[in-house]
Design a protein around this ligand. Structure first.
Ligand code: FO1
Ligand code: CA
Length: 317
């Protein structure tokens, strides 16, 4: 069995390649839930949604999130009523959030609901939310007002990401509820039984950070890494993030933003680090941090390149 630590879009593309590679090996995905939030009374789990829709071949290819061939009638009603629906929930997508929320209210765990959804949609992998407890990523940002007065405020992750288009400078990220939250038994078991653990090319602070911050997980990964069983894929190529605010965030929080910066965040939890061919020059520097470094083309432009990357990562060095 192979376990993959995953965030949203980048991880979903990688997982599509990994499942397409037909490795004849079970794939268990541990998904970040720090982006999850309550909105219009519904429990929205963006990274679980994105991985689910991608693996079900239902995802909107133009956005990488949400459902393809979507309609937005509910959103139109909200606008008619004078609401500002800055967080878009399409009609088909709404059905999934309604189902999940209803099941949560009836007492089911997020783990059980997620696996039920995965079964109904015939997903080629098992999905495990990192925890059944509520953890909420909060982002402290600096907003520059037009009159010159700067404002420092803490935003819910989706407010920062969607409402403010991840434009404000990030001063700090914290995971609200992380001390009380527990990783599920299913997650603990997956990480101890996996033949190999892969850290997907996701944002190390926003997506992988919450998973690693859960009680006991850093220690568990460190133990696997000592035996050479954990490989991380750089989400940074040539100093830039393929998507999203990672490069600007790393710059603001760690003053530099190349693949080395990400490797530094994983130095105790991964034994191998996969970088892109354009970053080959960083090999010695990342090796000196204690990693085995492997170089390949990491940009996933289509299913074929995602499949190639997955095969490369899974193959033993
Ligand atoms: N991303 C957006 O940029 N705008 C949206 O309106 C939006 C709605 C949305 C609804 C459900 C869902 O599962 C995801 C949604 N996303 C939206 C994507 C998502 O919130 C972000 O891509 C991730 O959280 C960051 O990885
Ligand atoms: Ca995410």
């Amino acid at each position: 069995m192979i376990a993959v630590l995953a965030g949203g879009i980048g991880a979903a593309k990688f997982l599509r390649g990994l499942t397409n590679a037909e490795l004849d090996e079970e794939i268990v995905v541990v998904v970040n839930t720090g982006d999850d939030w309550w909105h219009y009374g519904l429990r929205i789990c963006p990274d679980l949604d994105t991985v689910t829709y991608t693996l079900a071949d239902m995802v909107n290819p133009a956005t990488g999130w949400g459902v393809r061939d979507e309609s937005f009638m509910a959103r139109a009603t909200l606008e008619l009523l004078g609401d500002d629906p800055w967080f878009t929930l399409g009609d088909r997508d709404l059905g999934l959030h309604m189902y999940r929320t209803q099941q949560l209210y009836s007492g089911e765990s997020l783990t059980a609901i997620t696996s039920q959804i995965a079964r109904r949609l015939n997903l080629p992998a098992s999905l495990l939310p990192m925890t059944d407890d509520e953890v909420a990523t909060k982002v402290l940002v600096q907003i520059n007002a037009e009159d010159g007065g700067d404002q420092i405020i803490e935003l819910d992750f989706q407010e920062y990401f969607v409402r403010y288009h991840h434009q404000p400078r990030v001063l700090r990220v914290r995971y609200d509820g992380i001390e009380a939250a527990r990783p599920t038994n299913a997650v603990r078991e997956a990480l101890s039984n996996a033949r190999r653990i892969i850290i997907a090319p996701s944002n190390p602070i926003l997506s992988i950070g919450p998973i690693i911050a859960l009680s006991g997980i850093r220690e568990q990964l460190a133990e696997r890494a000592i035996n050479g069983d954990v490989v991380a894929i750089s989400p940074i190529i040539g100093g830039e993030a393929v998507k999203g605010p990672l490069a600007a965030m790393l710059d603001s929080l760690m003053t530099q933003h190349d693949a080395r910066t990400v490797a530094g965040l994983y130095s105790d939890v991964a034994s191998e680090f996969v970088i892109d061919t354009v970053d080959e020059i960083l090999t010695d520097s990342i090796e000196s941090m204690g990693f085995g470094v492997r170089v390949t083309q990491t940009l996933m432009q289509d299913l074929a390149s995602a499949t190639d990357l997955a095969r490369f990562v899974v193959a033993n060095a």
